[in-house]
Write a protein that binds this ligand. Sequence first.
Ligand code: C5P
Length: 236
Amino acid sequence: MMIENPRILVAMDFDRRQDCLNMADRLDPTQCRLKVGKELFTAAGPQVVEALMQKGFEVFLDLKFHDIPNTTAKAVKAAAELGVWMVNVHASGGERMLAAARNELDKRSGAKPLLIAVTVLTSIESADLHALGVANSAAEQVQLLARLAQSNGMDGVVCSAREASSLRAELGAGFCLVTPGIRPADAAADDQRRVVTPADAIRAGSHYLVVGRPITQAPDPAAVCRNMAAAIKAAS
Ligand code: C5P
């Protein structure tokens, strides 16, 4: 897997199309890609993804698909047809769901999005898993689901920086690691419990960094983005 700049994925967590487009106008597609999640997509639809791409940005469609294999595969196909750069599914959807999503993309001749799996959401702790009947600790379950994702053709996983170095060691340099929970050294943590700096995440083995509020709430979003890109370059 080639790591392609830019490595910053800005989380466009807005509930209105215009707020999102205004933020995009303050950012530079050579410095960042954009992540569209469930809130914005539900409020503003695929048209907002198209509008962002028309502004020159590549888009990570973060809808975390989790359904029966056929439905998940068709959702991934629709994302590919929309032209997004990256899309994701829940690894806990199981082998047949993952393989169906992979096969659907492999049937396509043109550009394909990177297909990424979510392992265990970082909001979930071991006790939550136990309440769901999963005996593994969260760390064990992350490893198990990451291996399942890799052996079923996923291009990578979303993981915390804390998990990145062990996943990198176990799954190899070619497996894409996408890491949220990033804060510049001088920023507020917001509601994130465990945060790391961009340089630390890169040193831990992350390929792409998801950054929301430190950029979108800043007085000068482009400047924060540029500074982070410089920190990433220095740590690479
Ligand atoms: O504003 P902030 O940088 O905390 O935004 C992080 C983004 O990454 C949000 O869109 C959030 O949903 C997403 N995310 C996360 N932790 C995960 C997975 C995704 O914060 N484990």
